[in-house]
Design a protein around this ligand. Structure first.
Ligand SMILES: Nc1ncnc2c1ncn2[C@@H]1O[C@H](COP(=O)(O)OP(=O)(O)OP(=O)(O)O)[C@@H](O)[C@H]1O
Length: 385
């Protein structure tokens, strides 16, 4: 008696932090990225494949999640994010492949016996139950002792900043508060791995940012690994220790946000992350000629390069500049963004280039102005596919 259903979960780090809440002692249990010889993976997916009729939802997907990391699965609609989450939770079985937790097979374990908990986007709260009963639900099903349930529910509600609201019904709560109840209901089970399906999707913009930071604080406090599904690039890059970009049921790239942002591995990733300019062209002898840019890019250009990525903030207005790594064009649009303006420049080759113009560099050029642009060789990211 008294143990949560997730058997091995009880040996994990304690969920119950000091009373108070977010911002308690920070547990540095998890690495923030993959090491060359890293700690053993908490979760390892090997060649996971799942078909729904003709649709290939997961295509021999490989992935590793480290203990205590905040991991984001980022991908467009239909890329396989939800399918992967549902397979990890045990609501769906793959056609082939392996899934290991702490090196042990997870696929043979029923959902309720996995040290894994899933928070649904809809929150899935029971409307007829109080907040406290909603949070207690999993512990009751696991036949946990009454006094332990009371203690753990109170601690979980305090942890998400809802102490005192245990007697309310879900309909008496705001959207953000409902989300906290759903979180408390997951965390009270002390999962090793918490799966979050678009956890910020239903919140308005102001609440999203705050809740995002709180999620990270909770993740550190509990020491559980969090795997968050999102289609929002900024959210994934802002919150996660590591991000996997999914493309058609495979991992297109995985790594820390900065690495993915600065060194996208393919045109798909560069375009999906949205912020970079991607220019097509041809590589010849260490140079890259792009007809659509009307420019030559010099830098580290392997022969297999099919496109280059160039970030808007790496481009400067450089009157009179000539030669490789320069281009000319006409300012088509200027968007004010506070500390910078984003210019859209129509290049002589026809492509539109986004250029960030910092406030401290003076007044941005007007729409219709002709400009010469330049960038460093080190800013040119060669894309091999
Ligand atoms: N139950 C199902 N029956 C049939 N096809 C399915 C089912 N679930 C998923 N699929 C298909 O599998 C592919 C991957 O779907 P999945 O829901 O995993 O994508 P996703 O990345 O989560 O997308 P979204 O962001 O739109 O939720 C899609 O082509 C989808 O249509």
């Amino acid at each position: 008696m008294g143990e949560p259903i997730q058997g091995s979960a009880s040996s994990g780090p304690p969920v119950i932090g000091p009373p108070g809440r977010l911002g308690g002692p920070i547990q540095t249990s998890g690495p923030s990225g993959p090491a060359a010889i890293g700690p053993p993976a908490l979760l390892r997916a090997e060649a996971l494949t799942k078909r729904f009729g003709a649709a290939l939802a997961l295509d021999a997907l490989d992935l590793e999640i480290a203990p205590g990391e905040f991991f984001a699965l980022l991908g467009g609609s239909g890329s396989g994010k939800s399918t992967l989450l549902r397979i990890i939770a045990g609501f769906e079985a793959p056609d082939s492949g392996r899934l290991l937790l702490d090196g042990r097979d997870l696929l043979g374990t029923p959902p309720w016996a996995r040290p894994v908990n899933m928070m649904f986007q809809s929150y899935a709260l029971f409307p007829h139950m109080s907040v406290a009963d909603n949070v207690a639900y999993g512990l009751r099903r696991a036949r946990t002792a009454k006094d332990e349930i009371a203690r753990r529910v109170a601690a979980a509600l305090a942890m998400v900043g809802l102490d005192g609201l245990g007697a309310r019904r879900p309909h008496q709560l705001s959207g953000g508060q409902k989300q906290r109840v759903a979180l408390a209901r997951s965390l009270v089970m002390r999962p090793r791995l918490l799966l979050l399906d678009e956890p910020l999707g239903a919140l308005d913009a102001g609440l999203r940012e705050r809740t995002g930071f709180e999620l990270r604080a909770l993740q550190r406090e509990t020491g559980a690994a969090f795997v968050m599904v999102t289609h929002d690039q900024e959210e994934a890059l802002a919150l996660a220790d590591r991000v996997a970009v999914l493309q058609a049921g495979r991992v297109a790239q995985v790594g820390p946000p900065r690495a993915i942002y600065e060194r996208p591995a393919s045109r798909f990733v560069a375009r999906f992350l949205g912020a970079a300019n991607v220019l097509e062209g041809r590589a010849t002898e260490g140079r890259f000629d792009s007809a659509e840019a009307g420019a030559t890019f010099a830098g580290e250009i392997p022969p297999c390069t099919v496109a280059v990525a160039l970030r808007p903030e790496r481009i400067v207005i450089a009157p009179g500049a000539q030669g490789p790594n320069t281009a000319t064009g006409v300012v088509e649009d200027v968007a004010f963004r506070g500390d910078e303006s984003l210019l859209v420049v129509r290049l002589s080759g026809g492509a539109a280039l986004r250029v960030a113009h910092a406030e401290e560099d003076g007044t941005p050029p007007d729409r219709g102005a002709s400009v010469t642009l330049a960038w460093d060789a080190a800013s040119v990211v060669a894309l091999p596919a």
